[in-house]
Design a protein around this ligand. Structure first.
Ligand code: NAD
Length: 272
């Protein structure tokens, strides 16, 4: 019997658990009683995971092999692995969306009712309302290669900011897929949308977004950058039974930056 915030007796799978948010989440999930915690990553984790399945989330064959090895009965799936826009557009979308979709659809039929899926999205995807029709067009495509063909056809839209677009898809996918996971399987799907976090990925964000923009975002939301553990706590919370009422929700975790933006309280002068 698991407690409201606990992971006792739960079978958990987490992608991207070797560094950053995922590594911090592995620590927290183990601390909360999980004794069946599988990490999928390209690099071997050092934390308290109970099983490591080397998996490349950009590669459908690798994902299908992981689904086969994991089997059924996953209570909580954390789709956390992600890459920044320093890579080729199709690679960013494969890891940040297509891989998430494939792993989810591979595991959800075997998940028990009451299970949960938590995606790590981003406030970088807040612009999804502007592109909703196009994103739903992409989501309607089930086949991996046909999705890549759609991306090539829509390169102008996607490549301008491949990371931002991938996280727009992540937010829309969270809402869209939650309807199916809940109605067909009794499994909730939600996401956490963090602001800038002090993880190894930050170096790549500085290359694509500039240090000035990142620092400004931090200054406009209390002056302290989020830590991997700050976001791990939010991610882990959405996977627990404390969140049973939530489905299809993109939970902002940005020290209030988005609230400040929405209500016109940010100071743009620091951007020069
Ligand atoms: N760092 C930030 O500022 C920030 C902000 C918002 C959202 N995010 C999101 O948070 C999530 C975690 O990122 P992080 O900041 O902890 O970065 P990170 O680079 O520390 O962690 C990413 C993890 O994913 C793994 N990974 C990378 N490519 C992979 C692949 N092809 N297959 C399997 N695993 C792979 C890495 O080995 C690593 O363990 C990502 O989805 C990222 O987009 C990060």
């Amino acid at each position: 019997m698991s407690s409201l915030f606990g992971y006792e007796g739960k079978k958990v799978v987490l992608t991207g658990g070797t560094t950053g948010v995922g590594a911090a989440a592995v620590e927290r999930i183990a601390e909360l009683g999980c004794t069946d915690l599988t990490v999928l990553d390209i690099k071997e984790p050092t934390g308290p995971a109970t099983r490591f399945i080397p998996t490349d989330m950009s590669d459908p064959t690798s994902i299908d092999a992981a689904v086969e090895a994991i089997g059924t009965g996953v209570d909580v799936l954390f789709n956390n692995a992600g890459v920044a826009g320093v890579h080729a557009t199709d690679f960013v979308i494969r890891v940040n969306y297509l891989g998430v979709r494939r792993l989810t659809l591979g595991l959800v039929p075997g998940m028990p009712r009451g299970g949960a899926i938590v995606n790590t999205a981003s406030i970088a995807g807040q612009g999804w309302p502007d592109n909703l029709a196009k994103i739903l067009e992409l989501i309607a495509i089930e086949d991996w290669d046909e999705s890549l063909a759609w991306l090539a056809e829509n390169d102008e839209l996607v490549s301008a900011d491949a990371y931002g677009f991938s996280k727009q898809i992540a937010q829309v996918w969270t809402m869209y897929s939650s309807v199916h996971t809940a109605s067909a399987h009794g499994v909730r799907t939600n996401s956490v949308c963090p602001g800038p976090i002090d993880t190894p990925l930050m170096d790549d964000f500085i290359k694509t977004m500039t240090e000035q923009v990142i620092q400004w975002t931090v200054e406009q939301s209390g002056g302290t950058m989020l830590t991997a553990d700050d976001i791990a706590r939010a991610v882990v919370m959405l996977g627990t039974d404390a969140s049973v009422a939530m489905n299809g929700h993109n939970m902002i975790a940005d020290h209030g930056f988005s609230a400040s933006m929405t209500t016109g309280q940010v100071d743009f002068s620091g951007l020069g």
